[in-house]
Design a protein around this ligand. Sequence first.
Ligand SMILES: *Cc1c(COP(=O)(O)O)cnc(C)c1O
Length: 427
Amino acid sequence: MNDFSIGTKCVQGGYRPKNGEPREVPIIQSTTFKYDTSEDMGKLFDLEASGYFYSRLQNPTADTVAQKICELEGGTAAMLTSSGMAANFLAVFNLCSAGDHLISSSSIYGGTFNLFAVTLKRMGIDVTFIAPDCSDEEFENAFRPETKLVFGETIANPALNVLDIERFANIAHAHGVPLIVDNTFPTPVHCRPFEFGADIVTHATTKYMDGHASAVGGAIVDSGKFDWTKYPEKFEGLCTPDESYHGITYTERFGLAGAYITKATAQLMRDLGVTPAPMSAYLLNLGLESLHVRMKKHSDNGLAVAKYLENNDKISWVNFPALPSSKDYELTQKYLKNGTCGVVSFGVKGGRAAAEKFMKQLKIIAIETHVADARACCLHPASSTHRQLSDEELVSAGVSPDLVRLSCGLEDAEDLINDIQQALDKI
Ligand SMILES: *Cc1c(COP(=O)(O)O)cnc(C)c1O
């Protein structure tokens, strides 16, 4: 599919049925697979032959859909996981063990922040957070001999900062480590981080890729470009024999194109079992078939709503990366030329109480802990996800008490704007 453009890959990537085979990706709803001899199966266990034996490790439906996402991102290998959190955890844990360290942008999804700040620490992996716009010097000072990777989000959820991927990749590479980018918000339709030097990409497919709030899921894609074998002591797990897998050395057996994803599948899926259901992979594929059409509409709606809000005197501030007034507008021009996403954040004059009152009046925009759905939804973090925090604590977490996060769906922009207008009229 590499000769085709992104929309064609969305529709037809990953699956090329042969003569007489189903046109639509088949759901292989089977935990296990049958073999004629034990030798046949033994070869699979030794990773000498490729094939399926147990759906905790690999399933044909999930692999077909992973292959489509791989083609969309321009990678060499990919896998699906049971959730976006599982994707981020496996992506990092595939390179880090107790005693290791990673550097992350501080502007990332709250769940990932908690994984890094609390859960990885309990596992003995230390994390240094840096502001995405910190100086090169501050960035350089965060590196330690045991640093294994750098992590960031293309468009951060919910702060909506745009990551300077090229700068992050260059600094990571100068220190001999890869850059992992969570590309959930723009999707490969609007940004392909590998084209700017990122090495590994993750996704919460739960969001735009699925796009219909139907299945939680995640994905990891490898660019195949990071040369682990240049730093064999640092990436021991990829460059020395895995005794838990019959002494295989992943980089020798699978090359740079396949080592990272094969290790994550053979070791981490085997031991942690964060497996996607075949039915969820099928639903994800339905979403992917229209991703390019939907992303344009989400992004256009986001911009139309952001422009309307910017000119409304009941609104104190608006943050949307494609607004010329955004502090990240230049980065948006570089990394997100064709569009961004449908998520807009803004403040309602009158603070916390006004924001709550405004949201109560909305008719077609629903209050939900979700984004990136076909249906518009919104959230007031100060009274929901962050309600335990005081106003001062909210500000230091980057969530002001008046902040409303609005995810524009696929409705017509004028109806979203009219809904916001009538709700603002009542406060
Ligand atoms: C939602 C989200 C996640 C987590 O995904 P789940 O499928 O909910 O586990 C990770 N990263 C980003 C950017 C997200 O928006």
